[in-house]
Design a protein around this ligand. Structure first.
Ligand code: MG
Length: 194
């Protein structure tokens, strides 16, 4: 079929995104653990369930989905030795000056605002949780793009929570007053990115 005239349904893209993360051994829980570590100091009553909900919300966004699909595909092709020279060597060895992996991760956080950008920078530098594990290259696996993608998802989910906290404060509430299913605000920063 002519790719120019064929529009892939959003459901298919969402499904492919979840499958890509699963193939690479990353769970929503892994990412939510990072979000909890980032946001717990600032959010009374924040639980892992709230963080999982935030990760799920972020994973519905096309900006993130497209970044994940591109990045994971690059890692997988590099792992299979299917990129051309010299890109194969650059991606396969996670060349320090490459930077395209960071830029894809950074680009995907921009719609979640400044907290997402600064959290992404922090995670990129300090490699919290599963990001640290992915950065430790074991058994010929390539995670050149994946570590930045996970940092990106976690940064966006953290930013959502930070903005939600302010809304709650203004209503005299904290996360303690919310069930995880109630964490999606009506008009938050999240709404502008679909
Ligand atoms: Mg990287």
């Amino acid at each position: 079929m002519d790719g120019r005239n064929f529009r892939v349904h959003s459901d298919e893209v969402t499904k492919a995104t979840y499958e890509a993360l699963e193939r690479r051994g990353v769970t929503k829980q892994d990412i939510a653990d990072i979000v909890l570590e980032m946001q717990r100091p600032y959010n009374e009553g924040l639980t892992i369930e709230h963080c999982v909900e935030s990760v799920e919300s972020v994973l519905k966004k096309r900006e993130l989905q497209h970044a994940i699909l591109v990045g994971v595909e690059m890692d997988e092709l590099a792992e299979q030795g299917k990129l051309s020279r010299p890109l194969q060597q650059i991606v396969g060895s996670d060349e320090g000056l490459f930077g395209v992996d960071e830029m894809i991760g950074l680009g995907a956080v921009l719609t979640y605002g400044s907290i997402a950008v600064t959290t992404f920078g922090h995670l990129d530098k300090n490699k919290i949780g599963i990001i640290r594990k992915l950065d430790t290259k074991i058994g010929g696996q390539v995670h050149t793009f994946l570590d930045d993608l996970i940092a990106s998802i976690a940064a966006c989910a953290s930013s959502r929570i930070a903005h939600r906290t302010r809304d709650l404060e203004e209503q005299g509430k904290t996360f303690e007053d919310l069930k995880p299913s109630e964490t999606a605000p009506e008009n938050d920063i999240d709404g502008a990115t679909t």
